[in-house]
Design a protein around this ligand. Structure first.
Ligand code: N01
Length: 549
């Protein structure tokens, strides 16, 4: 549906909606807006669709949410016809699925690849967004949807001398689209977050020598990945509607894990141990964190789970000094992203693998021949940077986004991101952010969070068109109150006790603000629905009175 006022204002936008990004969010946005009869175009910086799953092709890249959950729910035909081979999908399988979705719903014709959006400016005279690409192409639209992802701007730390390195180097988040052979090579991996923990066991099997540079030890649990049987898949599919509905009522947007009923200290030490053992044996992170109600809110409860995993590390890693370095001691378990692995701790028992502590002796430079720390020099043929991302806000800050009166998003968010519901930010009308800061985003099943956000956004756009309203943006007070709520919610948990990319701590100079909403996906969704029921409470809609929060 075209907006009736647009032509009256003398400005005809090129399209109704511009979508930035063609990953899980961008593709569903295309599908959803087309259903409204709108003219849509998506710009994607990559040479292919898939977002995260296009860029993160490093060996061992795999999802840590069960495949049957980490997939679109909007089409029953789609979920019935697709067969996931593994419990936790490989990057290759997820990308294959994304391509299938794009073909099945004929999405490609509105996606422009190899197109990096450089700026997005709101033109108040015509109420439209003007999007300019790195190649200088300009397109106008009534609405701009940032489907730019939470982990899409990779970070290579600013080590002196990287340009002098004579070997090869790669970042996990920009992995080449060809096999990288480590056979017989001396490899250094810098970083031991989820990406490093997945690729280290695989590189160790190929490299002649593997040096792992660890600054902070992370907790990781066995994934226990396995092939899904046809029978298992079929049983799930017969009740897919039930599982999808159940996921909507859970804190992480993931079904199949009965909610815990007890606090950790309500159980005896023996019962706790038995529970943790069972979870460890079955694999997965959500199920482990679901052992007890209070693992993420009570330090004493959390200590019991953390100590259990520390014991597992010490009993797996044969060299006691290496084991002690691998044991996380500075944060509660789950307060940083809880990693899943296949044979991570066992890898340090291999004779060709060495762990180097870069907390006590930091990396001071990359040299022509390898890595130099404050204590030693390591000769390497290949360096892998598993050093993470400028998360959640990075991809947005990378675009020159200007709202009313030339206000830039970078200026507005200089002291931390400010949004209402993680969906919109005051002063930037008709600019929607998919899984933005202040929404559950990375603390939920991303596909579920993406669908929820885009359903809300599509409903909002349909409402505006039905009412003949041209703009929507948050009321500044509603935004402030939402940020306060996001902070209070985080402060009631153990998350702020960890230095992590959730708080921007991994990027020097980035404001320290806890960015995701951790009140639970189910509660968040209920709030979003309530806001709509209350006439878009807290939003300023042109031509309509604003309802206070
Ligand atoms: O990045 P990270 P990631 N000197 O930021 C180290 C998702 N994901 O790509 O902890 C030395 O977690 C840094 O050290 P420290 C998932 O949400 C999901 O691994 O800052 N070291 C850390 O060890 C995940 O959380 C999946 O002290 C430096 C590492 O680099 C998110 O992506 C798989 C350094 C970065 O870890 C990011 O994970 C992969 C420096 N200057 C990713 N700078 C699954 O679904 C950084 N480091 C399973």
């Amino acid at each position: 549906m075209r907006h009736p006022d647009v032509d009256q204002a003398g400005v005809t936008p090129d399209v109704d909606v511009i979508i930035v990004g063609a990953g899980f969010a961008g593709l569903y946005a295309l599908y959803r807006f087309r259903k409204l009869g709108l003219r849509v175009r998506a710009f994607e910086a990559g040479s292919g669709i898939g977002g995260t799953w296009f860029w993160n092709r490093y060996p061992g890249a795999r999802c840590d949410v069960d495949s049957l959950e980490y997939s679109y729910s909007f089409s029953d035909d789609l979920q019935q016809e697709w067969d996931w081979p593994d419990r936790f999908s490989t990057q290759a399988d997820i990308l294959r699925y994304i391509h299938h979705v794009a073909d099945r719903f004929d999405l490609r014709r509105d996606i422009q690849l190899d197109t990096r959006v450089q700026s997005a400016a709101f033109d108040a005279s015509g109420n439209l967004w003007r999007i300019t690409t790195a190649e200088g192409q300009t397109t106008t639209a009534r609405f701009c949807v940032m489907a730019t992802g939470n982990l899409s701007l990779p970070r290579v730390p600013d080590f002196a001398g990287l340009e002098s390195f004579k070997g090869d180097w790669h970042h996990t988040g920009r992995w080449p689209n060809r096999p990288v052979d480590f056979t017989g090579r001396r490899v250094g991996v810098i970083g031991t977050g989820s990406s490093g923990i997945q690729l280290i066991p695989i590189i160790a099997q190929q490299a002649s020598e593997l040096i792992v540079f660890q600054r902070t030890a992370n907790f990781t649990l066995p994934a226990r990945n396995r092939a899904l049987s046809a029978d298992e898949r079929d049983r799930h599919k017969t009740r897919y509607g039930f599982w999808r509905a159940e996921a909507q009522n859970t804190p992480f947007g993931i079904a199949g894990h009965p909610a815990p009923t007890k606090n950790a200290l309500d159980d005896t030490a023996e019962a706790r141990l038995a529970k943790f053992e069972e979870k460890w044996r079955n694999g997965g992170s959500i199920s482990f964190l679901y052992s007890y109600k209070d693992l993420l809110t009570s330090k004493a409860a959390n200590d019991t789970a953390a100590e259990f995993v520390r014991g597992k590390i010490r009993s797996t890693v044969k060299d006691p000094a290496t084991a002690e370095l691998l044991v996380p001691k500075d944060h509660p378990i789950g307060a940083r992203r809880l990693c899943l692995d296949t044979g991570y701790y066992e890898t340090f028992n291999r004779p060709n693998v060495k762990l180097v502590d870069t907390k006590s002796a930091p990396i001071v430079a990359i040299t022509e021949t390898g890595v130099q720390t404050a204590a030693a020099t390591y000769a390497l043929d290949t360096i892998v940077f598993a050093t993470g991302f400028d998360a959640i806000t990075g991809a947005l800050a990378d675009i020159d986004i200007r709202g009313r009166d030339g206000l830039t998003l970078r200026q507005k968010w200089a002291h931390g991101p400010r949004t209402y519901l993680g969906l919109m930010t005051a002063g930037f009308p008709n600019l929607f952010i998919v899984t933005g800061p202040g929404s559950p985003s990375v603390k939920a099943n991303m596909v579920c969070a993406i669908e929820q956000h885009l359903n809300w956004i599509a409903g909002c756009v349909a409402m505006l068109d039905a009412r003949g309203s041209r703009t929507i943006e948050p009321d500044a007070d509603a935004e402030t109150r939402w940020i306060e709520h996001v902070n209070e919610t985080a402060d009631a948990t153990l998350y702020p006790l960890a230095e992590s990319w959730y708080t921007g701590a991994n990027v020097p100079g980035k404001p320290r603000v806890f960015m995701p909403y951790v009140g639970g996906y189910h509660r968040y969704k209920a709030i979003c629905e309530e806001v709509v029921r209350d006439g878009y409470r807290g939003f300023v809609i042109s031509g309509l009175p604003t309802l206070a929060v």
